[in-house]
Design a protein around this ligand. Structure first.
Ligand SMILES: [Zn+2]
Length: 161
């Protein structure tokens, strides 16, 4: 396990659609383990492979709830509904936070590290984090969705993804 370097915006890798994972092997497991260590080191609630410089549809989310660490390989959004507007940040944009409106509910399909397909339903903050990470895999950055940037005094308790 190792902590990887976070790619900071601007960088081409952050703005491209990533390639699907085809091998569910030891290399994938090591990437996921490293992504977890890196997310924890930088105090994030999610991390996508392009944020460590990898062109691969791999992302993790851990908002410290009963779901534990959600590993999403080749994830796809199946359904969304509702709306939520809340502060959001990103490990690739240190110190930058803004309000982003996203669906309040999302249902996704993805594969785990062993190549088993699963579906996940999420609401609220978890749904926000999941959608933020899946956006990364399509080269979509949260800054394209910010309606208002936040000032320092508004930032208490906002975590980065
Ligand atoms: Zn991000």
């Amino acid at each position: 396990m190792a902590i990887r370097k976070i790619v900071i915006h601007p960088a081409d890798i952050l703005e491209k659609s990533c390639k699907a994972v085809v091998s569910f092997d030891k290399k994938l497991a090591r990437i996921l383990d490293d992504m977890y260590d890196t997310m924890i080191e930088f105090d994030g609630v999610g991390l996508a492979a392009p944020q460590i410089g990898l062109d691969a549809r791999i992302a993790i989310v851990d908002i410290d709830d009963e779901h534990g660490t959600i590993e999403m390989i080749n994830p796809r959004v199946i359904e969304t509904s509702g709306e939520q507007t809340d502060p959001e940040g990103c490990l690739s944009f240190p110190g930058l936070y803004g309000e982003v409106t996203r669906p309040n509910y999302v249902k996704i399909g993805a594969f785990d590290r062993k190549g088993r397909e699963y579906t996940l339903e999420a609401e609220g903050f978890l749904a926000r984090a999941v959608q933020h990470e899946i956006d990364h895999l399509d080269g979509i950055l949260f800054t394209t969705k910010v309606s208002r940037y936040l000032e320092d005094e508004e930032l208490k308790g906002v975590e980065s993804e």
